[in-house]
Ligand binder design. Structure first.
Ligand code: DX5
Ligand code: ZN
Length: 220
């Protein structure tokens, strides 16, 4: 079985010391950079935009996993490709023509991800799962870091895993929100492939050790 991956969420980094925090992730055992882009419309918060992503990708040496929490994401697919995104995840709830959006992301040479809000049923991916490289299951309501994990997520992982197997798809399951050392083992055992962790990593005293421990318990 392939390793479970850890993706620190830069939303929880110290923006006044971004270069330092990016180097920390580079030097750590983390696998990906998780980058949250919020527009203040799809979610009730604004994070950061293109110039900041450009500054991040200039220093980041690992996979850039961009999570778009914006309306009408099709407008910016090429922009995010040009800025160095490797994975581009759009929200199911923000896409009227999801199939077209997925093809457009892949046409720009990126992996295509779809995020589902906590209220959105797995069944909505029945007809697109074979076109999706990654499903990001929101385990909090998107918009803010530091929220509590929603326990129902475990049921959704099971349902999603069953769908992926039934359809013979190769989709990765990513969990985003409230991930800590308390739930990482259970999430990995239930079927998560990628764990996003923001506050748990960046608010900890030794961030590199926290990443190392999280990765090791997810793979235990
Ligand atoms: C929430 C974001 C998450 C967030 C996770 O809308 O999509 O990626 O940064 O933060 P924590 O790990 O603090 O819940
Ligand atoms: Zn995210």
């Amino acid at each position: 079985m392939s390793s479970k991956l850890i993706a620190p969420s830069i939303l929880a980094a110290d923006f006044a010391n971004l270069e330092r925090d990016i180097h920390m992730v580079n030097e750590s055992e983390a696998d990906w950079f998780h980058i949250d882009i919020m527009d203040g419309v799809f979610v009730p918060n604004i994070s950061f935009g293109m110039p900041v992503l450009k500054a991040i990708t200039k220093h980041a040496k690992k996979t850039i996993d961009v999570h778009l929490m914006i309306v009408d994401p099709d407008r910016y697919i090429k922009t995010f490709a040009d800025l160095g995104s490797n994975i581009l995840t759009v929200h199911f709830e923000a896409c009227t023509h999801l199939h077209r959006t997925l093809q457009a992301i892949k046409a720009e040479g990126m992996k295509a991800g779809v995020a589902l809000n906590p209220h959105t049923n797995i069944n909505v991916l029945e007809d697109t799962i074979n076109d999706i490289d990654l499903v990001c299951l929101m385990s909090v309501n998107p918009g803010f870091g530091g929220q509590s994990f929603i326990e129902h997520t475990y049921n959704k992982i099971e349902q999603l895993k069953a769908l992926i197997q039934r359809k013979g798809a190769h989709t990765l399951i990513e969990i985003d929100g409230g991930v800590t050392d308390k739930n990482a083992t259970a999430l990995a055992k239930t079927g998560a492939d990628v764990l996003v962790a923001g506050s748990f990593v960046f608010k900890s005293p030794n961030q590199m050790d926290t990443i190392k421990n999280l990765r090791s318990i997810a793979n235990s």
